[in-house]
Structures are given as structure tokens and as C-alpha cells.
Design a protein around this ligand. Sequence first.
Ligand SMILES: NC(=O)c1ccc[n+]([C@@H]2O[C@H](COP(=O)([O-])OP(=O)(O)OC[C@H]3O[C@@H](n4cnc5c(N)ncnc54)[C@H](OP(=O)(O)O)[C@@H]3O)[C@@H](O)[C@H]2O)c1
Length: 358
Amino acid sequence: MDRVRAAVLGGTGLVGQRFIQLLDGHPFIEVTHITGRSSVGRLYGEAVDWRVEVSIPEWAREIKVSPSDPELLAREGVEVAFSALPASIAADIEVGLAKRGIDVASNARPMRMDPDVPLLNGEVNHSHVKLVKLQRETRGWKGVILKNPNCSTAILTLYLKPLLDEYGLERVMVTTLQAISGAGLRGLPAMYMVDNLVPYISGEEWKIENESRKILGSLAGDEVEHLDLEITSTATRVPVIDGHTEVVYAKLSRRPEDIGEVARVLGGFRSAPQEWSLPTAPEKPLVVRDGEDRPQPRLDRLEGDGMSVVVGRLSLIDSRDGPWLRSVILGHNTIRGAAGAAILAYEVYRAYQDKGLL
Ligand SMILES: NC(=O)c1ccc[n+]([C@@H]2O[C@H](COP(=O)([O-])OP(=O)(O)OC[C@H]3O[C@@H](n4cnc5c(N)ncnc54)[C@H](OP(=O)(O)O)[C@@H]3O)[C@@H](O)[C@H]2O)c1
């Protein structure tokens, strides 16, 4: 397979850095461009305030940071752009790229809920990538725009999918304990976060509730029918660097035999990205931990190279209104919740193309 020339947009930020790390040595994607704002014109190795636990790849150090200019990127032969741009400026730039024939896999919020834009969480709803046919027809772009969900939503929906398929879901209540890195490199001052917890993240609860219904919805013709599921969420920020924890109560339509059965359903979950051995797909999307004090961010966030969601504290509650499943889940917010999910979304798109499914 020919190597695809890629740009990482917003490459100096926290998600941008993860893209650079995860694309190092990728079998068919080669990063040729990195874009930014304040760092434009400088070598990436000098401009970036690198916050990833492994060294900056040597090839990335030598790339000169360019502006996120669609015309320039198209002229220089970029074929796919991985976007970690701030939401406020992402839409114009991403549409400009798609119009010029550059495919975009984006973390930024705008357009996630548009009916012709696939909101992809690889293992959960890979078939939604077929929305690009409608997107091409309605927008007339030569490239496509793929979105991945908000970080907490990516982690939550990966956990909910096998439960939905096996037992049915009637109601979900979730409280998130989200890492500081979710707010970006210049996110939250120590004065807010040390010795503290902030019980509010602007816009987050709306995203968790609405994006989840789209992702867990089913494709009917050219449309995604959002899942009719009541989801209630409370989003909090905690003094953890990386890794979002979520306490989830899920009311099931059918009672499992016992908790061992639930653990087997979750731990055995596989999907097309695993069957097709996509490069960024973890071997096990969900890892069930037995230890009574797990999952913990420091110990569990790099499971499956940061692409697996770790599940613990599983218990069944036989409530008056039916069976509820209680669990604590954990995922890496800048990998499973951001850069890794976007790369996997693009790999799904390419796999669908290669298999003649689009
Ligand atoms: N952090 C997470 O866990 C997470 C998870 C899911 C989704 N997201 C989303 O991913 C995106 C990036 O988040 P982040 O946490 O990586 O943010 P960040 O650390 O604040 O980084 C922002 C990046 O955008 C660049 N930038 C800022 N203004 C720009 C402009 N006008 N034109 C071009 N580039 C510009 C910056 O470049 P310079 O350094 O050169 O100024 C920097 O590279 C956001 O949309 C965010 O909502 C983040």
C-alpha cells in the first residue's frame, strides 16, 4: 500500500502530540506536515512543549511548523489531515481541506452531530462510515470529514456497546472524573486543581448524552437513527494528569445470569477493527480487571497502548425497577478519547474503501 501523506493540525497541543507519537512507524501513514499558530515557522522539536512519556520521534523534530492553510496543504500533496484544532477555528479549516480533496479525521466538536458526518468510535459503529456517501452527495466535497467523539463519550460508548447488544439498555447514569489533560496544554491552573475537584465541565454533559445516542444508533439507509436511551451524566474534573474514570450505572432490559457472565461478555467483545487487524485497534477493546481497587489511572490508562477501556467494580443491583449494572471504567483521554480514536476512524474508512464497502 502506498504511504499516505498526512498533516497533524494543532500538532503542538496535547492531542497533536499524541498524534505524532501514535503515527510514528505507522504502516501506511506518513506525517509530512505539522501545523500550529504561535509555533508557525519554527522546527517542531524546538517549538513543542512535549508532554508525552516517550521521546519525540526524530523525524518529527525536523518538520517546520506550518499554518493550517488548506490551500498550502493541498498544494504540498497532503492527502489526510488529523485535526487537533480548537473548536472555535476547526470548522472553516476542515471544510476548506475537504473541499480541496483532503480527507479529515477530526477531534474538534463542530459538525459531530451533523446527519451526514460519521461520528466514529471504531469498534462501536464502524458501519456509520457509510454516511460519507451522503456527505459527498450533499456537500460536493472531494475529501471527507470524519469525526471522533468527545473523550468521555468514546470511553463510555465502547463499554456500553456489548451491553446494549447482549442485554439491551433502558437507562444509563454516569459520573465522570476527568483528567486535567482533557482541558489542553494550557488548561487549568494548579490553583484550581491541586487539593481540589471541580464538579463542572462546560458543555461536557450535553456531549456525553447526545453523542452517545448517535454513536449507539443504527444506520438505516443514509441516516443514523439515534438510540432512544435516557442517559444522565455529571462531569467533574479531578487532579489526575491523564485518564478519564467514569462511574456508570446501566439499567439492563434483561438480567444476566451472574457477574461472571457480564465479565465474559465485556472481555470477549471484538469488532471489525480487530477482525481486520487495523494497526491502531487494540487486541482487547475492553479489559475487565478483578482487583477490588481497580481501575486506577496511573496503573491502567496505558492498557492496550492506551486504546483499551479498563472495567472494574462490576456488580449487579436487583432494584425494584429491574436489574442495574454498576461499574467503574477508565480510558486514556488523549489516546482512546482523542488521537487514537481519530486514527482508528481513518483506518476504518480506508478499510471500507479497500474492501469495496463504500
Ligand atoms: N485534550 C483532550 O483530552 C481532548 C480530547 C478530545 C478532544 N479534544 C479536542 O481536541 C482539540 C485539541 O485539544 P488539545 O487538548 O490538544 O488543545 P491544546 O493543547 O490547547 O492545543 C491546541 C493546538 O491548536 C493550535 N492552535 C491554536 N489556535 C490555532 C489557530 N488559530 N490556527 C491553527 N492552530 C491553532 C495550537 O498551536 P500553537 O501551539 O502553535 O499555538 C496547539 O497546537 C480541541 O478541539 C479539543 O476540544 C481534546
